[in-house]
Design a protein around this ligand. Structure first.
Ligand SMILES: NC(=O)c1ccc[n+]([C@@H]2O[C@H](COP(=O)([O-])OP(=O)(O)OC[C@H]3O[C@@H](n4cnc5c(N)ncnc54)[C@H](O)[C@@H]3O)[C@@H](O)[C@H]2O)c1
Length: 327
């Protein structure tokens, strides 16, 4: 970190997600200063006023204001929450071209301010946009983190909790690869109380409350993967957007950086040889501290899972190849 006595976070894009992120920063008291940047500045001013007037009931005082990129030079973290129209299909990669055009001038302005902190990317398609922002920024790869499958992993734990009745925070499980339709779940790394979920299901199926009664382990794992993949679309069908899940994921990453916590979170980072993958952003569990990505954990995967990982990354790569045209 910079060694200065205060911590500052810039939220870029104040739509559904940016608004939830800004509220979370204030509600969790994560930093001293929150700078809100939005294309429509009036909206950012309004949100800043509303948040400032909520300080009375928060755990600490903070400065919250609407500003611009020239105030980002001493920020510790910039969180990219900009976005455009929702995807017409159930594929986030449809957002790619619009997202590249949107973020390029913003990253240029951010870096022109002298910014040398960490960037957390929420903007979809998050894996390739994290790669694109990393390239544009010139920052060390350890300073750019996409939320990736942090959200999908939280959803997976939520669904496992619903059928096992165990607190999701006591379940260890994650989804890896693309934050999108090609993600997969490495079940060998899914545990409750130190016991593999696969073994629990086989030994004690009555512990799991599946919608259709009798079920096999293979059916349960396939059912949960489909549920995780469709979770965002289900919410968006009901509300028009999703915001709290991904905002919570972005805030967990920010908290681990700001408090130097070294929490392990599955998120989208630059791989350099892990899983025999290179020059790509994708999700695997990583330890995050004040220096950004401290350790990248390479899980023991079966041959089938490794193939699934490589197939998922090939989807991200084709999106990254398109991004490169906009560098
Ligand atoms: N990674 C994830 O898991 C995840 C989950 C949900 C949403 N998202 C993504 O987050 C992004 C935002 O979603 P949302 O629902 O908040 O969208 P939104 O349309 O509600 O908000 C987008 C905001 O970005 C602002 N913006 C657009 N261009 C800008 C610019 N040039 N400068 C400054 N601000 C600009 C808009 O004014 C708007 O306030 C989208 O890309 C969405 O797909 C990602």
């Amino acid at each position: 970190m910079s060694g200065k006595k205060y911590q500052k976070v810039a939220v870029i894009g104040l739509g559904n997600v940016g608004n939830a992120v800004a509220y979370g920063l204030v509600n969790q008291g994560l930093c001293n200063e929150v700078l809100l940047i939005n294309r429509n500045k009036q909206k950012a001013i309004g949100i800043a006023l509303d948040l400032r007037q909520s300080i009375e009931y928060m755990s600490r005082n903070m400065r919250v204001w609407a500003g611009d990129f020239d105030e980002c030079g001493d920020a510790d973290i910039a969180i990219f929450c900009v976005g455009g129209a929702a995807p017409k299909s159930c594929d986030r990669n449809d957002l790619l071209v619009g997202a590249c055009e949107m973020v390029k001038p913003l990253v240029e302005k951010l870096m022109a301010s002298g910014f040398s902190g960490h960037i957390i990317v929420v903007t979809n398609p998050v894996d390739s946009i994290a790669y694109y922002i990393w390239k544009l920024s010139g920052l060390p790869a350890s300073h750019v983190i996409g939320t990736g499958t942090a959200l999908d992993s939280a959803r997976l734990k939520c669904f496992l909790s619903e059928i096992s009745h165990v607190d999701p925070r006591s379940i260890m499980a994650c989804s890896l690869g693309e934050h999108g339709n090609s993600q997969f779940i490495p079940w060998g790394a899914a545990f409750i109380a130190g016991t593999r979920i696969e073994d629990l299901v086989k030994r004690n199926p009555e512990m799991f409350d599946m919608p259709k009664g009798d079920f096999t382990y293979a059916e349960m794992s396939a059912h949960l993967l489909e549920k995780v993949k469709k979770a965002g679309w289900k919410i968006a069908t009901l509300t028009g957007y999703t915001c709290y899940g991904v905002a919570s994921a972005a805030l967990a990453i920010a908290r681990s950086i700001l408090r130097d916590e070294c929490s392990v979170i599955p998120c989208s980072v630059y791989l350099d040889g892990q899983y025999k993958l290179q020059d790509v952003f994708t999700s695997t569990p990583v330890a995050i501290n004040a220096n950004g990505v401290q350790d990248i954990f390479e899980l023991s995967l079966t041959d089938d899972e490794l193939n699934e990982f490589h197939e998922s990354v090939s989807v991200i790569r084709s999106s990254i190849d398109k991004c490169k045209k906009y560098l």
